[in-house]
Design a protein around this ligand. Structure first.
Ligand code: FES
Ligand SMILES: [Fe+2]
Length: 382
């Protein structure tokens, strides 16, 4: 099904020269960062969570994006996104990343919101006839769900979500993404520009040097790039013959996710929803890594590990070997990203040559550059 290797266009320009990196300003500059926050993170549909983390009424998660914070809440109408700030004086309403409650009390002056974001009480704060409680609920953020992923958009003119997702649905359905369960998640702060992390998690060229455990189980040389439609990029990589799971032990008794095509059982399909969500689709589990920018030189990586409910229901279910592999690999990666960021922070940096194994790196940069290109000068305007 995903054996599109034969469909690759060997004539595409990349195969002649590879690509090149970009400038010091592109990776570390304040102005570039401002444009990314405005035109990408402030405008487009952003994948933010998985429905299994918000399964019950009253369950909530929070997420920081740039300098802002959102609250996702499972209310009476389903999952909705809100700005995570009290409507009274702007106190950040919820600090914890995840939980379950039926009401949310602001700790500054005790305004209380319900699970639908409505203001239920302004406890003791004195207001006269001018106060309209109905107009003081939490500010909503546009929210949609596709394939079990929650998306939000901060603008009214976000490009069409389904068009953006392009061929992603074929992968999501094969790996039953909507029905999987997030068994574990973890946040990692990284002192690097978010794009350097996006590059790193999208190429396996560094596996032999950086990740001995991953390299033992997966073959960085038996890999390639997909040509996909939509705002997505992707690559595939083969799991070595004697192993059946990308984990510290390399083996697992878990059954493959039932819909995974035979030809993909020994593969990882690495698919990224641009700008910032990488999926590692494997036959026995799926991992998801979000990169959330904070400033030009800092970001947070949020990592999920998802398994099929028929496996998590088993008494002897354990994801220990999977988590052990990735948690170690993650710290190995952040060190690479942070040192690369320090290198690119030097204004003397001059863009380097990318190899044919780094096509996705070039694709990510090209996409970000397109989205943030300087606006054309309009005649008569400064
Ligand atoms: S800021 Fe929340 S109650 Fe005042
Ligand atoms: Fe890595």
């Amino acid at each position: 099904m995903f054996d599109r290797i034969g469909d690759q266009d060997p004539e595409r320009p990349y195969f002649e020269t590879g690509g090149t990196g970009r400038s010091h300003e592109f990776y570390t500059g304040e102005e570039q960062h401002r444009r990314e926050m405005e035109r990408i993170y402030g405008r487009r549909w952003l994948p933010v969570d998985h429905v299994s983390r918000l399964a019950e009424k009253g369950s909530y998660t929070t997420l920081d994006i740039g300098t802002g914070s959102i609250l996702l809440l499972h209310g009476d109408e389903g999952i909705r996104g809100y700005h995570n700030y009290c409507r009274h004086r702007g106190y950040k309403l919820v600090e914890e990343p995840q939980g379950k409650r039926q009401s949310f009390v602001c700790l500054y002056h005790c305004w209380v919101y319900d699970r639908n974001g409505a203001l239920k009480s302004n406890n003791g704060t004195y207001f006269d006839h001018f106060f309209d409680r109905e107009k003081n609920g939490l500010i909503t953020v546009r929210t949609e769900i596709r394939f079990g992923i929650v998306f939000v958009a901060f603008s009214a003119d976000a490009p069409d979500l389904d068009e953006s997702l392009g061929e992603f649905g074929a992968f999501a359905e094969a790996y039953e993404l909507a029905d999987l369960e997030v068994v574990q998640w973890k946040d990692y702060p990284v002192a690097s520009n978010w794009k350097l992390v996006a590059h790193n998690v999208n190429e396996s060229l560094h596996f032999p040097t950086a990740h001995k455990d991953l390299h033992r189980v997966t073959d960085f040389d038996d890999a390639g790039t997909y040509e996909l439609t939509g705002d997505i990029v992707g690559a595939w990589q083969v799991i070595r013959d004697k192993y059946n799971s990308v984990s510290m032990t390399g083996t697992s008794a878990r059954s493959p996710i039932p819909s995974v095509p035979e030809g993909d059982i020994q593969k990882i399909n690495w698919i990224t929803i641009l700008p910032n969500l990488l999926f590692g689709f494997t036959a026995d589990y799926v991992m998801a890594q979000w990169v959330w920018p904070e400033g030009p030189g800092t970001c947070t990586v949020r990592h999920f590990w998802l398994f099929h409910p028929s496996e998590t229901a088993k008494e002897d279910f354990s994801h220990e070997a999977v988590f052990a592999l990735w948690d170690k690999a993650n710290y190995e990666d952040w060190e690479l990203c942070e040192r690369t960021h320090r290198g690119l922070s030097n204004p003397m940096w001059s863009p380097g040559q990318l190899s044919l194994d780094e096509e996705v790196v070039a694709q990510i940069d090209a996409w970000v550059a397109r989205e943030t290109a300087a606006e054309p000068k309009v005649e008569g305007r400064p």
